[in-house]
Design a protein around this ligand. Sequence first.
Ligand code: SF4
Length: 243
Amino acid sequence: MKLRLIFSRVRSARVSDELRGWLIQGGGNVRPSDITSLCPTKRDVWLIRHGVKMNSEGVIGKGLSYHNEVLGVVSEAVRNGWEGVGRALDYVRTHAGMWALALATAWLSNGAVPPIAIEPRLPPAAGFTSSRPDMVIGNSPVEVAYINGGSRYVELKRIELAAYSLIIEALTNIPVDVAYLIVITDRSVNTEDVVIDDTLRSEALTVRDAIAEIINSKTPPPLPGNCPQSCPLRRYCLGGSDG
Ligand code: SF4
């Protein structure tokens, strides 16, 4: 298993001053996680903002299991060190959990776990509403993504990371030039350094404003041609009474 300790060598990116988080205005009611919502037309974002409840059974999937296992192991290591890693052995079931165990073990063997916040609730900033990245390591946001098929989801995850970076910059006044994406497939786990450059920053703001417009619309977006099987609102949209 190829293992990186997550911290990259990227220390700075070329970023225009006006695209730093502390100078960003506008927006207001969009969460970074809306950027990666499942629905191609963002109908899910509109429905939830307008009071429709998710069918919680629908969101328990393989991706969520991997996500919870990775975050569970890391949080044990952060809170309880070696003892926590020992405890995590009891519930690790998948290759993603083993990867997290190997990572936590490497951190501890190297002297210490880096400063990590697990799912911190961030207040509104940079024109986004309150949000919760999966982790923040040092000053860099981290997302855990399960990929099963197309690469568009990875592209959107990078934009979501740019949104968290803008928010953290706005809250701390410290530049965030790199974020991390932990990509899990059914056979592998990889860590990607995501350089938060001008392109990603601009995309995050464009998508933010497009989603804000959708949320503020009086009518929901149309159904897309194809609804993902894993969408928890399928019964609501396509017939049923989950809402
Ligand atoms: S069921 Fe289809 S239309 Fe409804 S939110 Fe999900 S993907 Fe969008």
